[in-house]
Design a protein around this ligand. Sequence first.
Ligand SMILES: [Zn+2]
Length: 385
Amino acid sequence: MVTRSAPKAERGAPAEPVARLDLDAARLPWLHHTLARTLASQRSHALLVSGPSGVGQLAFALALAKSWLCETAPSERPQQLACGHCGSCHLVDERSHPDLRLIVPEALRGEVGLDADEAGESDGEGKSKKAKPSQEIKVDQIRAAIGFSELTAGRARTKVLVLHPAEALNTVSANALLKTLEEPPGALRFVLSSAEPQSLLPTLRSRCQVVPLSSPDAGTAIAWLAEQGVDRPEVMLAASGEQPLVALAMHQAGLDAAAWLALPERVAAGDVAAFTGWALPPLVQTLQKLCHDRLLVSVGAAPRYFAGARLATGDIGRLSAWAADLRRQARHADHPYNAGLAVEALLAQAREASVVTGTPSGVNGKPGAASARQRPAGGPIHSQP
Ligand SMILES: [Zn+2]
């Protein structure tokens, strides 16, 4: 990889470790059949790989690129899959193949194995060091990719552009990409990966052959997580919303099943230490899952994310107000503040929403949206619909 002179310590990187995604499709057995079928039946130079996030779209996209760029004769490779050991395959794994460009928002570079120092390459010296990492694929990145596509291939006979996630293309970027997508120079191939294909420009979508991916069944996902060393994989799979790669990333970030199942009670107790070292986005997301599950149990349904945990029922109005507050916070949760500053406020809000059936409502939460709702003074809140 190209190294830049800016020392990493200057970049204000988040304190928590970035969980590297497992991007080797060879280790994701539920992708194998579709991968082989796609290689055999591909008819367009542009593929749109779509499926729920956490199922492995990017791993799939990279596996396609690796197969197209592999230097072992196709006749020697079962189902045209990448051999995994030639020079080209290694370069793809290292993200340094000269004929492959992986284009992701700046905020995702570390996660997908790209050097974060190269981010914002067109933003000018120093400017990108202080700005918060972009969640969008910027038009400068697309222009650079088009420039790359117009060069002659460096090693292989083909060049590959992988864009992930395609929904991160803003309107300007998407429009900048259209012409090259329609009339690619030379033997250029595209893979766009997306969890929200419906949000893409129709003109973009219509130029691609769609390859739908689906989540593995629970048994396959649980067996796979167990093979990766995840303890109580069924708990972590539920915690992830049935997204095995997300479950693995949670495990790799140091969260285990016991800690997960203890979270509802620790949140109820306002235990800030439960979230030591957490970044803000996963914290808000976890509270959203908790709120979602408490709403479910409050109407007599089974929880989705915290099955097996002790979940208190609650007042539907208060929980709904909490859910709305969390949705609003989720929109701003990528701000690079230290999560520690926000944890106390978020937990106070959680307690405000958590005046539960059978518990005296003596929680002195700060006044918030929920507190404006009428409630019986000092008495229990009844949650039965
Ligand atoms: Zn190879």
